[in-house]
Write a protein that binds this ligand. Sequence first.
Ligand SMILES: Cc1cc2nc3c(=O)[nH]c(=O)nc-3n(C[C@H](O)[C@H](O)[C@H](O)COP(=O)(O)OP(=O)(O)OC[C@H]3O[C@@H](n4cnc5c(N)ncnc54)[C@H](O)[C@@H]3O)c2cc1C
Length: 131
Amino acid sequence: MIDPLTTGQFLIGSSRENHADPNRVDFSTLRQLMKRAVTALPILAERRVIRAFAGIRAAVSDSLPIVGSLPGETRVTLATGFEGDGICLSAIMGREVARIVRGMPPTDDISADLETLSPARFTPARQEALG
Ligand SMILES: Cc1cc2nc3c(=O)[nH]c(=O)nc-3n(C[C@H](O)[C@H](O)[C@H](O)COP(=O)(O)OP(=O)(O)OC[C@H]3O[C@@H](n4cnc5c(N)ncnc54)[C@H](O)[C@@H]3O)c2cc1C
């Protein structure tokens, strides 16, 4: 992705490495990303890299986030595992978590989706039902 920002800078990337060190930018990967970006948009060769960052994209074994009350511990609410979509989903998930902690039902049009994300899917009973 090459994302032109309103500042005149470009946001380029990114990469995914399973279980890599989230506190370290891998410079060979960075070099590869820059080379590919310059191939796609040669004018970028005139620019300098001013910032690079690494981080965690927390992911769940079934590739879905976990959102909802912890079974048996309803005062604990989970909202995690958003992988590479956590920023885009933050507003809607924040709204729904606020509803959960206030004891309100989920917003109608996404209640089925939220049910799919429930931590209850990892309980032994649900796992058995899924076979
Ligand atoms: C390089 C990169 C690019 C990305 N690009 C996008 C994108 O373009 N669009 C998009 O939608 N998403 C993107 N994401 C994903 C997005 O950043 C995450 O999905 C989102 O930040 C997850 O939010 P979160 O609140 O679940 O977790 P986090 O943002 O990881 O927040 C967890 C917080 O808990 C804190 N914490 C951890 N342990 C403890 C502890 N023991 N005690 C107290 N606090 C603790 C951490 O310091 C952190 O502040 C990207 C991620 C990366 C790494």
